[in-house]
Design a protein around this ligand. Structure first.
Ligand code: ZN
Ligand code: MN
Length: 138
């Protein structure tokens, strides 16, 4: 019997130290950090890491399907450790971004596909408004 080499048999791709640090930062947070948030936190782990490296790592992790990028036309993208389908609510006041899951989204997707004549692949709802800390209707 041949000696198996000491390689880890997990399915995750092998990450460089920098990519691993960036990935860990995202895994530890549930607040959908921006690239700058991630850069600040990654610097605590790897003091020499540059913003460009963080940015490139984010692109790599996204393309590898390990993290999700939530992009908004007008403001900075946010990064999400949860890669399965889910919906988001974002606060127009403080920028808080939270998860929710609306099971009815599947039905909405069918209706939207009919209206647009598109073949639907995915649907993602973004609720914009004021979060519980920012709403002033108390
Ligand atoms: Zn808020
Ligand atoms: Mn999310």
């Amino acid at each position: 019997m041949k000696e198996a080499k000491e390689t880890k048999q997990n399915s995750e791709p092998k990450l460089t130290r920098q990519r691993e640090a960036v990935f860990q930062v995202i895994l530890e947070r549930d607040d959908h950090p921006t690239a700058s948030d991630i850069f600040e936190a990654a610097r605590q782990r790897l003091p020499g890491i540059s913003y460009a490296t963080v940015y490139n790592s984010l692109r790599y992790l996204k393309e590898a399907g390990l993290v999700l990028e939530i992009s908004f036309g007008d403001s900075a993208s946010r990064y999400d450790r949860e890669t399965g389908r889910h919906d988001h609510a974002i606060c127009n006041c403080c920028g808080k971004l939270v998860d929710f899951d609306l099971p009815e989204a599947a039905k909405l997707m069918q209706a939207a596909a009919q209206k647009s004549h598109f073949k639907a692949q995915s649907v993602h709802l973004t609720l914009r408004g004021h979060c519980p800390d920012c709403r002033d209707d108390s």
